[in-house]
Design a protein around this ligand. Sequence first.
Ligand SMILES: [Zn+2]
Length: 417
Amino acid sequence: MQIKTILNRIQLQKGFVYGNVHWLNAGRTMALGVEIRARKGSRPKCSLCEQAGPGYDVLPERRFEFVPMWGIPVFFLYAMRRVVCSTCGVKVERVPWAEGKSHLTTTYKWFLAGWARRLSWKEVAEAFQTTWDNVFRSVKMAVKWGLEHRSLDSVTAIGIDELARRKGHKYLTMVYQIDNSAKRLLWVGKDRTQKTLIQFFREFGQENTARLRFVVSDMWKPYLRIVAKEAGQSLQVIDRFHVMSHFGRAIDKIRASEARELKARGEEPVLTGSRWCLLKRPKNLTAGQAVKLEELLRINLKAVRAYILKEDFQKFWTYKSPAWAARFLDAWCHRTMRSRLKPMKSVAKMLRSHRSYLLNWFACKGQVATGAIEGFNNKAKVTTRKAFGFRSINVQKVALYHTLGDLPEPTFTHKFC
Ligand SMILES: [Zn+2]
C-alpha cells in the first residue's frame, strides 16, 4: 500500500491531490515529503474571502509539518499559488490543511494539542521532536476553536473564585459553570478587581446572564454588589469552601502569634509543627497528627480554642432547615465575639454581615455543584505549577482553558490521538 493511499483515506484534501512521496532532509533527521498538487482545472481560493479567482503566479515550495509516522517526521510539500481576487486583490491562496502562515498542518496542531492534555507541554515537545512554541501555538488554536464553538445555553449556576498566579499578589479571577449537569471553566480574567468581574459579565453577555439562577462566590461586598446589579434575578450564595478557608487563615494567624509569644516566654514549643492538625478535619488526621492534636487539646491555648470554634462551625453546613441554621449561626457568632480571639472575631463579623448570603446556601444545596469550586481550584493550581515555563498571563490563560474548559473539538474523519 502506498502512503498516498492511506492519506487519501484519512485526510482527503478537497481540490488537491497527493503526489510522490520521497525522503527529505529535515535538519538532523530524515523526513518524508509528500508532494501535493492542485487538482487539474481547479482555481485557487482567496485566503481572505474564500472566493475562487484566476491564478496570478506560484510561490516557492513550502513545507507543512504533518503527524509523524513511525517516528519519522512527515511534511506536506506544496507551492502556494497567488490568486487575483476581485474583492481583495492579489492574495495567497487558501489551502485546506493549514491556516495562514503556519508551517504546521491543522491536523498536526490538533494532534499536539491532544497530547498536551495528557502531558506537560515540555514533554509533548520532547516526545514529538518539536518546540515548546509549536505546542503552545497548537493548544492556543484548539482553545480558540473551542471557545468559538462552545455553547453557553446550559449555564444556570456559576462559581466565582480567584487563583494566585505565583508568589506575590498577582491574581486571576476564575468563573466556573457549576451546574450538576456540567462543570467547567468558563472564563479567566486578569486581577480580582471589580473591573475584572464587570468584564466577565460584558463578555458573557446579557442573554446568558439572564439565565443565571445561582451565583456562588466568596464574601466580598464589591463583588456581591456587582453580581446583584448584573444578575439581579439570581440567588447569591457564599460557598462552604471559601468560608472555611477564612477560618483556616484566622487559625494560622492565631497559632503563629501564639507560638511567638510562647517562644519569647521560653516555654515548650508545643505549637511547632501543629499547623496541619489545626487545619485538618479530625477524620483526616494521620496517627501522628492525632496524637499531636490530643496533646494540644490538653492545654488550653488560644489556637486550640480557635480550632474548636472552627470545628464547631462545621455543624452549620449540616442543617436542612435554613431557619435552624440561622439560629445556630447567630449563637455561634455571639459566642465567638466573646472569645477574645481577634482573628476569629473578624470571621464572625464577616459571617454576620453576609448572613443572608450564607443562608442562601441551603436554598441551592443539592441543586448546584458548589463543591466543584474547590476541586477546580486545586486543578487550576496544579496546571499553573506544571506550566513552569508560563511566560505571560496569556499563556497561562490558554493552559487553564485547555485543561479545565471542557472545550469542544471538531469531528475528524480520522482521530490521530
Ligand atoms: Zn478575497
